[in-house]
Design a protein around this ligand. Structure first.
Ligand SMILES: Cc1cc2nc3c(=O)[nH]c(=O)nc-3n(C[C@H](O)[C@H](O)[C@H](O)COP(=O)(O)OP(=O)(O)OC[C@H]3O[C@@H](n4cnc5c(N)ncnc54)[C@H](O)[C@@H]3O)c2cc1C
Length: 174
């Protein structure tokens, strides 16, 4: 058990939810942009060749542990993937009309207005599992290594500095 296999990475994302997937895609896009600017001579510096960017997900596949449906504010998605519709983002519906009701056991009352925190007009209705699976595809295409089925079980420190995670053992007993 002492001689664990070890993989050195440049950047590690733990968890394949919307947050880490977006972070990984954003980073890969920034690296590609940097390399493009350096190669075209517009910026001085070195290109970052074959960076080892890794994302661990404990579920058997990306999206497997993303269980909720969601109404999503599209602002961040528009910045991250401006042509998300053309790229096949799994959007079920766009909220164009909404209503708020107060329900009692026998009746319902239509609210004359919708309080701002509950307003969703323009929001995207998605299945988070399907959405994350789609985003995971873009992340993989960008060159980031995705390892599903690998839970991070322990944070590894060097003094006060986080230096990585230990992944769960596999195949140790039946
Ligand atoms: C019932 C419900 C309804 C919601 N409705 C909405 C909504 O309508 N609109 C909206 O905007 N938001 C909604 N949310 C909130 C939204 O789902 C979260 O804000 C969002 O999913 C957070 O994304 P995340 O990537 O930070 O985390 P998560 O989506 O939780 O993803 C974390 C990922 O990391 C993985 N993981 C966790 N621990 C480890 C580990 N140790 N090692 C490896 N992998 C790990 C998990 O398997 C998971 O895939 C809702 C949430 C819930 C629970």
């Amino acid at each position: 058990m002492e001689n664990r296999e070890r993989m050195d990475v440049d950047v590690l994302f733990v968890g394949g939810g919307a947050a880490c997937l977006s972070g990984a895609l954003h980073l890969m896009k920034k690296i590609a942009k940097h390399n493009e600017l350096v190669e075209s001579g517009k910026v001085q510096g070195e290109t970052l060749k074959d960076p080892m960017i890794v994302l661990l997900e404990k579920g058997a596949e990306i999206g497997a542990h993303s269980l909720s449906g969601a109404v999503m504010d599209p602002a961040a998605l528009k910045e991250l993937v401006p042509d998300y519709e053309a790229q096949g983002a799994p959007i079920e519906h766009i909220v164009r009309k909404e209503a708020l009701y107060y329900l009692t056991s026998a009746s319902r009352f239509h609210s004359p207005f919708i309080p701002p925190p509950l307003e969703n007009r323009g929001g995207l209705v998605v299945s988070l599992a399907r959405f994350n699976r789609w985003l995971g595809g873009l992340v993989a295409e960008s060159g980031c290594e995705i390892f599903p089925g690998f839970p991070g079980v322990e944070i590894l420190y060097d003094g006060n500095r986080v230096i990585g995670v230990r992944t769960g053992d596999k195949g140790v007993d039946k």
